[in-house]
Write a protein that binds this ligand. Structure first.
Ligand code: SF4
Length: 346
Protein backbone atom coordinates (compact mmCIF):
# COMPACT_ATOMS: atom_id res chain seq x y z
CA UNK A 1 0.00 0.00 0.00
CA UNK A 2 1.46 3.37 -1.01
CA UNK A 3 1.66 6.24 1.53
CA UNK A 4 -0.95 8.16 -0.51
CA UNK A 5 -3.34 5.19 -0.45
CA UNK A 6 -2.81 4.81 3.30
CA UNK A 7 -3.60 8.51 3.90
CA UNK A 8 -6.70 8.39 1.71
CA UNK A 9 -8.10 5.37 3.60
CA UNK A 10 -7.13 6.79 6.98
CA UNK A 11 -8.81 10.15 6.34
CA UNK A 12 -11.91 8.41 5.00
CA UNK A 13 -12.03 6.32 8.17
CA UNK A 14 -11.59 9.49 10.25
CA UNK A 15 -14.37 11.27 8.40
CA UNK A 16 -16.78 8.52 9.46
CA UNK A 17 -15.37 7.69 12.91
CA UNK A 18 -13.46 10.73 14.23
CA UNK A 19 -14.27 11.91 17.74
CA UNK A 20 -15.82 15.35 18.02
CA UNK A 21 -13.70 17.00 20.72
CA UNK A 22 -14.04 20.66 21.70
CA UNK A 23 -10.40 21.61 20.97
CA UNK A 24 -10.76 20.26 17.43
CA UNK A 25 -12.97 23.23 16.55
CA UNK A 26 -10.22 25.76 17.09
CA UNK A 27 -6.78 26.67 15.77
CA UNK A 28 -5.93 28.49 19.00
CA UNK A 29 -2.51 27.04 19.88
CA UNK A 30 -3.11 27.68 23.59
CA UNK A 31 -6.34 25.63 23.64
CA UNK A 32 -4.68 22.83 21.64
CA UNK A 33 -1.56 22.78 23.81
CA UNK A 34 -3.68 22.67 26.96
CA UNK A 35 -5.63 19.67 25.63
CA UNK A 36 -2.43 17.84 24.72
CA UNK A 37 -0.86 18.36 28.15
CA UNK A 38 -4.02 17.29 29.96
CA UNK A 39 -4.53 14.23 27.78
CA UNK A 40 -1.07 12.78 28.35
CA UNK A 41 -1.81 9.92 30.78
CA UNK A 42 -5.49 10.90 31.10
CA UNK A 43 -8.62 9.43 29.54
CA UNK A 44 -10.53 11.69 27.14
CA UNK A 45 -13.73 11.64 29.22
CA UNK A 46 -11.93 12.84 32.34
CA UNK A 47 -9.57 15.16 30.45
CA UNK A 48 -12.35 17.00 28.62
CA UNK A 49 -13.92 18.20 31.88
CA UNK A 50 -10.53 19.47 33.12
CA UNK A 51 -9.85 21.19 29.78
CA UNK A 52 -13.20 22.98 30.01
CA UNK A 53 -12.51 24.08 33.58
CA UNK A 54 -9.04 25.38 32.68
CA UNK A 55 -10.39 27.26 29.62
CA UNK A 56 -13.12 28.80 31.73
CA UNK A 57 -10.74 29.90 34.50
CA UNK A 58 -7.90 30.95 32.19
CA UNK A 59 -9.15 31.48 28.61
CA UNK A 60 -5.81 32.80 27.35
CA UNK A 61 -2.16 31.99 27.89
CA UNK A 62 -1.73 35.42 29.54
CA UNK A 63 -4.36 34.64 32.18
CA UNK A 64 -2.82 31.25 32.91
CA UNK A 65 0.64 32.82 33.23
CA UNK A 66 -0.75 35.35 35.72
CA UNK A 67 -2.26 32.64 37.98
CA UNK A 68 -0.30 31.39 40.97
CA UNK A 69 1.26 27.92 40.93
CA UNK A 70 -1.01 26.97 43.81
CA UNK A 71 -4.11 27.89 41.82
CA UNK A 72 -2.91 25.83 38.86
CA UNK A 73 -2.07 22.82 41.03
CA UNK A 74 -5.43 23.07 42.73
CA UNK A 75 -7.24 23.10 39.38
CA UNK A 76 -5.10 20.13 38.30
CA UNK A 77 -5.88 18.11 41.41
CA UNK A 78 -6.99 14.58 40.58
CA UNK A 79 -5.13 14.34 37.25
CA UNK A 80 -1.86 13.10 38.78
CA UNK A 81 1.63 13.56 37.31
CA UNK A 82 1.76 17.06 38.80
CA UNK A 83 4.97 18.02 37.01
CA UNK A 84 2.73 18.48 33.96
CA UNK A 85 0.83 21.26 35.74
CA UNK A 86 3.98 22.96 36.96
CA UNK A 87 5.54 22.80 33.49
CA UNK A 88 2.32 24.11 31.93
CA UNK A 89 2.42 27.12 34.21
CA UNK A 90 6.12 27.79 33.58
CA UNK A 91 5.65 27.42 29.82
CA UNK A 92 2.72 29.88 29.88
CA UNK A 93 5.09 32.43 31.40
CA UNK A 94 7.72 31.58 28.76
CA UNK A 95 5.15 32.23 26.00
CA UNK A 96 4.08 35.55 27.50
CA UNK A 97 7.74 36.58 27.70
CA UNK A 98 8.14 35.67 24.00
CA UNK A 99 5.24 37.96 23.09
CA UNK A 100 3.36 35.30 21.09
CA UNK A 101 2.85 31.57 20.88
CA UNK A 102 5.87 30.06 19.08
CA UNK A 103 5.02 28.77 15.59
CA UNK A 104 7.81 26.42 14.52
CA UNK A 105 8.50 22.90 15.76
CA UNK A 106 11.88 23.90 17.20
CA UNK A 107 10.49 26.94 19.05
CA UNK A 108 7.52 25.01 20.45
CA UNK A 109 9.88 22.23 21.54
CA UNK A 110 11.74 24.75 23.73
CA UNK A 111 8.71 25.27 25.97
CA UNK A 112 9.02 23.64 29.36
CA UNK A 113 7.55 20.14 29.42
CA UNK A 114 6.96 19.97 25.66
CA UNK A 115 8.46 16.91 23.97
CA UNK A 116 8.61 15.88 20.32
CA UNK A 117 5.09 14.47 20.32
CA UNK A 118 3.38 17.53 21.83
CA UNK A 119 5.39 19.94 19.67
CA UNK A 120 4.33 18.11 16.51
CA UNK A 121 0.70 17.94 17.63
CA UNK A 122 0.55 21.69 18.35
CA UNK A 123 2.52 22.70 15.24
CA UNK A 124 0.32 20.61 12.93
CA UNK A 125 -3.04 21.39 14.51
CA UNK A 126 -2.52 25.10 15.18
CA UNK A 127 -0.22 26.08 12.32
CA UNK A 128 -0.56 23.32 9.69
CA UNK A 129 3.10 22.25 9.95
CA UNK A 130 3.70 18.82 8.37
CA UNK A 131 5.07 16.99 11.41
CA UNK A 132 3.94 13.57 12.61
CA UNK A 133 2.94 13.39 16.28
CA UNK A 134 4.23 9.96 17.27
CA UNK A 135 2.65 8.62 20.45
CA UNK A 136 1.67 5.18 21.72
CA UNK A 137 -1.23 5.00 19.28
CA UNK A 138 1.02 5.62 16.31
CA UNK A 139 3.61 3.10 17.48
CA UNK A 140 0.89 0.50 17.81
CA UNK A 141 -0.76 1.12 14.44
CA UNK A 142 2.48 1.23 12.47
CA UNK A 143 4.09 -1.71 14.24
CA UNK A 144 1.04 -3.79 13.34
CA UNK A 145 0.52 -2.58 9.81
CA UNK A 146 4.10 -3.47 8.90
CA UNK A 147 4.62 -6.20 11.55
CA UNK A 148 7.67 -4.43 13.00
CA UNK A 149 8.99 -5.96 16.23
CA UNK A 150 11.71 -3.38 16.95
CA UNK A 151 11.07 -2.32 20.57
CA UNK A 152 9.40 1.09 20.64
CA UNK A 153 11.25 2.26 23.76
CA UNK A 154 14.69 2.09 22.14
CA UNK A 155 16.44 4.82 20.18
CA UNK A 156 16.37 2.61 17.12
CA UNK A 157 12.62 2.03 17.47
CA UNK A 158 11.88 5.72 17.99
CA UNK A 159 13.82 6.68 14.86
CA UNK A 160 12.28 3.93 12.80
CA UNK A 161 8.65 4.72 13.67
CA UNK A 162 9.16 8.49 13.46
CA UNK A 163 10.66 8.10 9.98
CA UNK A 164 7.77 5.92 8.90
CA UNK A 165 5.13 8.29 10.29
CA UNK A 166 6.89 11.24 8.63
CA UNK A 167 6.86 9.50 5.29
CA UNK A 168 3.14 8.84 5.60
CA UNK A 169 2.13 12.33 6.77
CA UNK A 170 3.94 13.87 3.81
CA UNK A 171 1.55 11.99 1.55
CA UNK A 172 -1.49 13.63 3.18
CA UNK A 173 -3.36 16.25 1.10
CA UNK A 174 -2.53 19.91 1.76
CA UNK A 175 -6.01 20.59 3.12
CA UNK A 176 -9.21 18.59 3.56
CA UNK A 177 -12.54 18.86 5.34
CA UNK A 178 -12.65 17.74 8.95
CA UNK A 179 -15.48 15.40 10.05
CA UNK A 180 -17.20 18.59 11.25
CA UNK A 181 -17.01 20.08 7.74
CA UNK A 182 -14.29 22.65 8.53
CA UNK A 183 -11.38 23.16 6.12
CA UNK A 184 -8.29 21.90 7.95
CA UNK A 185 -4.67 21.15 7.06
CA UNK A 186 -4.02 17.58 5.97
CA UNK A 187 -1.23 17.26 8.55
CA UNK A 188 -3.60 18.18 11.36
CA UNK A 189 -6.22 15.71 10.15
CA UNK A 190 -3.61 12.97 9.71
CA UNK A 191 -2.41 13.31 13.31
CA UNK A 192 -5.93 13.47 14.71
CA UNK A 193 -6.94 10.47 12.61
CA UNK A 194 -3.98 8.39 13.78
CA UNK A 195 -4.80 9.18 17.41
CA UNK A 196 -8.43 8.17 17.01
CA UNK A 197 -7.65 5.14 14.89
CA UNK A 198 -5.22 3.86 17.51
CA UNK A 199 -7.53 4.70 20.41
CA UNK A 200 -10.76 3.25 19.05
CA UNK A 201 -10.01 0.82 16.19
CA UNK A 202 -6.49 -0.57 16.49
CA UNK A 203 -6.76 -0.86 20.26
CA UNK A 204 -4.12 -2.52 22.51
CA UNK A 205 -6.37 -5.50 23.19
CA UNK A 206 -8.92 -6.94 20.77
CA UNK A 207 -8.34 -4.57 17.82
CA UNK A 208 -11.35 -4.38 15.49
CA UNK A 209 -9.53 -6.02 12.58
CA UNK A 210 -12.62 -7.38 10.88
CA UNK A 211 -14.00 -3.85 10.45
CA UNK A 212 -10.65 -2.29 9.59
CA UNK A 213 -10.02 -0.57 6.23
CA UNK A 214 -6.45 -1.91 6.32
CA UNK A 215 -7.36 -5.51 7.07
CA UNK A 216 -6.11 -6.80 3.73
CA UNK A 217 -2.83 -4.90 3.89
CA UNK A 218 -2.08 -5.30 7.60
CA UNK A 219 0.85 -7.65 8.03
CA UNK A 220 0.22 -8.31 11.73
CA UNK A 221 -3.39 -9.25 11.08
CA UNK A 222 -2.34 -11.53 8.24
CA UNK A 223 0.10 -13.32 10.53
CA UNK A 224 -2.29 -13.30 13.51
CA UNK A 225 0.15 -11.40 15.76
CA UNK A 226 -1.63 -8.05 16.15
CA UNK A 227 -1.97 -8.29 19.92
CA UNK A 228 1.71 -9.13 20.35
CA UNK A 229 2.70 -5.76 18.87
CA UNK A 230 4.18 -3.31 19.57
CA UNK A 231 7.16 -4.77 21.44
CA UNK A 232 8.37 -2.85 24.47
CA UNK A 233 11.46 -3.64 26.53
CA UNK A 234 10.71 -4.04 30.21
CA UNK A 235 13.05 -1.76 32.10
CA UNK A 236 11.60 -0.29 35.22
CA UNK A 237 11.38 -2.14 38.46
CA UNK A 238 8.37 -1.41 40.65
CA UNK A 239 9.34 -0.48 44.21
CA UNK A 240 7.17 -0.29 47.30
CA UNK A 241 7.33 2.59 49.80
CA UNK A 242 5.75 2.61 53.21
CA UNK A 243 4.39 5.98 54.39
CA UNK A 244 2.80 7.04 57.65
CA UNK A 245 0.70 10.21 57.73
CA UNK A 246 -0.40 11.90 60.93
CA UNK A 247 -3.38 14.22 60.71
CA UNK A 248 -3.00 16.67 63.60
CA UNK A 249 -6.13 18.37 64.88
CA UNK A 250 -5.82 21.26 67.33
CA UNK A 251 -8.77 23.57 68.08
CA UNK A 252 -10.19 23.32 64.55
CA UNK A 253 -6.80 23.73 62.88
CA UNK A 254 -4.58 21.17 61.17
CA UNK A 255 -1.01 21.36 59.94
CA UNK A 256 0.47 20.76 56.48
CA UNK A 257 3.63 21.53 54.59
CA UNK A 258 4.52 21.76 50.94
CA UNK A 259 6.56 18.92 49.43
CA UNK A 260 9.94 19.95 48.10
CA UNK A 261 11.75 19.12 44.87
CA UNK A 262 13.36 15.80 44.05
CA UNK A 263 10.54 13.39 44.89
CA UNK A 264 6.97 12.59 43.92
CA UNK A 265 4.24 15.25 44.34
CA UNK A 266 6.57 18.26 44.29
CA UNK A 267 4.67 21.42 45.26
CA UNK A 268 1.66 19.62 46.75
CA UNK A 269 0.68 19.83 50.41
CA UNK A 270 0.60 17.06 53.00
CA UNK A 271 0.32 16.46 56.78
CA UNK A 272 3.35 15.29 58.79
CA UNK A 273 4.83 12.26 57.07
CA UNK A 274 7.01 9.48 58.41
CA UNK A 275 8.87 7.19 56.10
CA UNK A 276 11.27 4.62 57.49
CA UNK A 277 11.13 6.35 60.88
CA UNK A 278 9.72 5.43 64.25
CA UNK A 279 6.62 7.18 65.60
CA UNK A 280 7.86 6.98 69.17
CA UNK A 281 8.90 10.67 69.33
CA UNK A 282 5.30 11.83 68.73
CA UNK A 283 3.64 13.44 71.75
CA UNK A 284 0.09 12.44 72.73
CA UNK A 285 -2.06 9.50 71.82
CA UNK A 286 -2.18 8.60 68.14
CA UNK A 287 -5.49 7.19 66.99
CA UNK A 288 -5.20 4.68 64.17
CA UNK A 289 -7.42 5.56 61.21
CA UNK A 290 -6.37 3.10 58.52
CA UNK A 291 -3.52 0.67 57.89
CA UNK A 292 -2.10 -0.42 54.56
CA UNK A 293 -3.94 1.94 52.22
CA UNK A 294 -2.61 1.05 48.78
CA UNK A 295 -1.89 3.69 46.15
CA UNK A 296 -0.30 2.76 42.83
CA UNK A 297 1.93 5.14 40.86
CA UNK A 298 3.74 4.39 37.62
CA UNK A 299 6.91 2.91 39.10
CA UNK A 300 5.95 2.68 42.74
CA UNK A 301 3.44 1.15 45.03
CA UNK A 302 2.75 3.21 48.13
CA UNK A 303 1.42 1.55 51.28
CA UNK A 304 0.18 4.15 53.75
CA UNK A 305 -0.94 4.11 57.37
CA UNK A 306 -3.08 7.01 58.61
CA UNK A 307 -3.19 8.25 62.20
CA UNK A 308 -4.98 11.15 63.91
CA UNK A 309 -3.61 13.17 66.78
CA UNK A 310 -6.23 15.19 68.70
CA UNK A 311 -4.34 17.64 70.86
CA UNK A 312 -4.73 20.89 72.82
CA UNK A 313 -1.15 21.94 72.15
CA UNK A 314 0.46 22.39 68.79
CA UNK A 315 3.39 19.96 68.58
CA UNK A 316 6.80 21.35 67.61
CA UNK A 317 7.30 21.01 63.86
CA UNK A 318 9.86 22.23 61.32
CA UNK A 319 9.45 25.82 60.07
CA UNK A 320 7.86 24.94 56.76
CA UNK A 321 4.67 23.65 58.41
CA UNK A 322 1.67 25.97 58.41
CA UNK A 323 -1.56 25.75 60.40
CA UNK A 324 -4.80 26.05 58.46
CA UNK A 325 -8.43 25.87 59.59
CA UNK A 326 -9.72 22.39 58.77
CA UNK A 327 -12.58 24.01 56.87
CA UNK A 328 -10.01 25.65 54.52
CA UNK A 329 -7.95 22.52 53.87
CA UNK A 330 -9.73 22.00 50.56
CA UNK A 331 -8.09 25.24 49.28
CA UNK A 332 -4.75 23.42 49.14
CA UNK A 333 -3.71 21.02 46.38
CA UNK A 334 -2.97 17.64 47.92
CA UNK A 335 -1.97 14.27 46.43
CA UNK A 336 -4.76 11.74 45.91
CA UNK A 337 -3.43 9.65 48.81
CA UNK A 338 -3.82 12.58 51.22
CA UNK A 339 -7.25 13.24 49.78
CA UNK A 340 -8.18 9.68 50.83
CA UNK A 341 -7.00 10.47 54.34
CA UNK A 342 -9.03 13.70 54.45
CA UNK A 343 -12.10 11.84 53.18
CA UNK A 344 -11.76 9.38 56.07
CA UNK A 345 -11.52 12.24 58.58
CA UNK A 346 -14.62 14.04 57.26
S1 SF4 B 1 -6.13 -4.91 10.76
FE1 SF4 B 1 -6.23 -4.92 12.98
S2 SF4 B 1 -4.12 -4.76 13.66
FE2 SF4 B 1 -4.16 -4.17 11.51
S3 SF4 B 1 -4.38 -1.97 11.53
FE3 SF4 B 1 -6.43 -2.82 11.40
S4 SF4 B 1 -7.16 -2.94 13.52
FE4 SF4 B 1 -4.92 -2.68 13.57
Amino acid sequence: MSPAAFCASLLKWYDANGRDLPWRHTCDPYAIWLSEVILQQTRISQGTAYWQRFMQAWPTVETLAAATEDEVLKMWQGLGYYSRARNLHTAAQQIVALGQFPRTLEEIRRLKGVGDYTAAAIASMAFGVTAAAVDGNVYRVLSRLYAIDTPINTTEGKHLFTRLADELIHAAPHTALSPQGEETSGASLFNQAMMDFGATQCTPQSPLCLLCPFMEDCEAHRRGIAEELPVKLKKTKITTRHLIYIYVRCHGYTTIHRRGAGDIWQGLWEPPLFENQSLSQWPGHLRQLAIGVKHVLTHRILMADFYVLDTDQRPPLPDDYIWVPESRLSDYAVPRLVEKLVEMIA
